[in-house]
Design a protein around this ligand. Structure first.
Ligand SMILES: C[S@@+](CC[C@H](N)C(=O)[O-])C[C@H]1O[C@@H](n2cnc3c(N)ncnc32)[C@H](O)[C@@H]1O
Ligand code: SF4
Ligand code: SF4
Length: 450
């Protein structure tokens, strides 16, 4: 704890850190958010006493010297519990609220679950570093930062970097007004896998539902879309499995050439290694980050081997990437109308972390469930839920995009559990029974990614 760090506390609203002052800080969750909160607190001179994490055994005995333990609320004497502040770094709101209730029952009276507390703290750390000339932009860090992981939020520090270094074709002398924080590009709904509960609804398709959108069409839609807005901070290329698309090279080439677009984020299951070296050259741009969803031994061996090879290639080519070991998914449930009233629909939408502004076949939807559910007829066609990019003239498209971004609670949310407490194991295959494996074999792709 250095005096200069304590001075920096002035850059974070004092009521935020004063909630912690003098208390022993425990972070519930040692995942990517927990670790960043730990580091931000340290920057402001606040030490963390302990991490609690259900996966403590796999995380390790400590993180940066702070012990990691399985949550055991009774492990502290009762009189000490009131001297602690527990920050819950799990963002699924219902899960966090359940943890808070359990902690309160056990006598912990200062439990912080408010997402805003964490995002203000992390943003304040970056702002403080920047003020001291000690901020270094790192796409891999921003990529997992909760300040912008919700596509409805923006970060001035990220925006400024993207605008200054990544985007070309901005209108000179006019600051961008209509900025799309993030938009998805669903290039295909085909995939090498059929995961149970996939939010792209892969386990609901009939053979006739499969389609690759032609590269020319995807790029024409995107060119029109970006001509109607001032800037797109991040474009997310996704499938199904985007690397399966026969024209993936042309799509990437065209996307990288688009004006007014900042970061390009590719999400893949890593099971398909593109044959074209040009694809890897394009991915090696400093504007690109590749995210590999890790499904471990829940997918067949040959695919696990491909994931390892794909990661090896990304490393060799110096491509920004992140391997996310994905263990649990949300269970969005069936497609029946839940009969929510307006307030309940807004709550489901506001707490959902899957709003991705996905463009599919010429229309922009709030999420992939909306796009693909409409395609396969599981969700009624609600014209108010999407923007018709192909059908609207550009000035009208601009107005409609602005309205769409501000819209809360599309009708599709009536047909969804949202990001609720109901979870399922991630990446289980409809037709694959996994064999027993040693822990070392299962962890291999992730180790390779480290
Ligand atoms: C639908 S996948 C498409 C891209 C690619 N096929 C993959 O699996 O990475 C996009 C992302 O959604 C995640 N995902 C899929 N179904 C989900 C669910 N029910 N809950 C949470 N995340 C889900 C995947 O793990 C992946 O990170
Ligand atoms: S989550 Fe699974 S089924 Fe769905 S698109 Fe990704 S790999 Fe394919
Ligand atoms: S339907 Fe609504 S609640 Fe469900 S994933 Fe889409 S935006 Fe989220």
């Amino acid at each position: 704890m250095t005096p200069e760090h304590i001075r920096n506390r002035e850059s974070i609203p004092t009521e935020d850190l004063s909630v912690l002052d003098g208390r022993r800080v425990i972070l519930y969750g040692a995942g990517k958010i927990g670790r960043r909160v730990h580091d931000a607190l340290a920057w402001f001179g606040v030490p963390t006493a302990l991490f609690w994490d259900l996966r403590a055994a796999t995380v390790g005995a400590d993180l940066a010297g702070t012990p990691v333990r399985t949550p055991d609320f009774a492990s502290l004497p009762e009189n000490e519990r009131k001297t602690c502040a527990v920050i819950v770094t799990i963002f699924a709101e219902n899960v966090a609220e359940q943890i808070r209730a359990d902690l309160r029952r056990a006598g912990y009276d200062r439990v912080i679950t408010e997402r805003g507390f964490i995002t203000r703290l992390l943003h304040a750390e970056c702002a403080s570093r920047r003020a001291e000339g000690r901020f270094e932009f790192n796409l891999e860090t921003c990529h997992i930062c909760p300040v912008i992981s919700d596509t409805r939020n923006r970060c001035d520090i990220f925006d400024a970097h993207v605008q200054a270094h990544f985007v070309r074709g901005l209108d000179a002398g006019r600051p961008p007004e209509l900025v799309v924080p993030s938009a998805g590009v669903l290039v295909s709904n085909k995939c090498t896998l059929t995961c149970v509960g996939c939010n792209h609804l892969r386990d609901h398709y009939k053979a006739a539902d499969h389609m690759d959108i032609p590269a020319g069409q995807i790029l024409a839609d995107l060119r029109k879309f970006v001509s109607a807005v001032d800037m797109v901070n991040k474009l997310v290329l996704v499938g199904g499995e985007s690397m399966l698309h026969p024209e993936i090279e042309a799509i990437l080439e065209g996307v990288m050439a688009l004006p007014r677009v900042g970061v390009v984020h590719v999400i893949t299951n890593g099971t398909v290694i593109p044959k074209s070296e040009r694809v890897f050259e394009l991915l090696a741009s400093p504007r690109v980050i590749v995210e590999i969803s890790g499904y471990g031994d829940r997918i067949p061996d040959k695919f696990q081997r491909n994931v390892g090879k794909f990661l090896g290639k990304l490393r060799d080519k110096g491509i920004h990437h992140r391997y996310s070991q994905t263990l649990q998914w949300f269970d969005f449930g069936g497609f029946e109308d839940r009969g929510y009233d307006r307030a309940e629909m807004e709550r489901v939408y506001d707490t959902c972390c899957f709003v991705s502004n996905d463009i599919f076949d010429g229309r922009m939807f709030k999420c992939s469930r909306s796009a693909y559910g409409t395609l396969i007829g599981k969700v009624p066609d609600y014209p108010g839920d999407y923007v018709d990019i192909r059908g609207l003239p550009v000035p009208e498209l601009r107005r409609r995009v602005a309205e769409f971004l501000a819209m809360k609670a599309p009708n599709v949310c009536r047909h969804c559990n949202g990001a609720s407490t109901q979870v399922i194991e991630a990446g289980q295959q409809v037709k694959f029974v996994r064999k027993a494996k040693s822990a070392a074999q299962v962890a291999e792709p992730q180790k390779a990614a480290a």
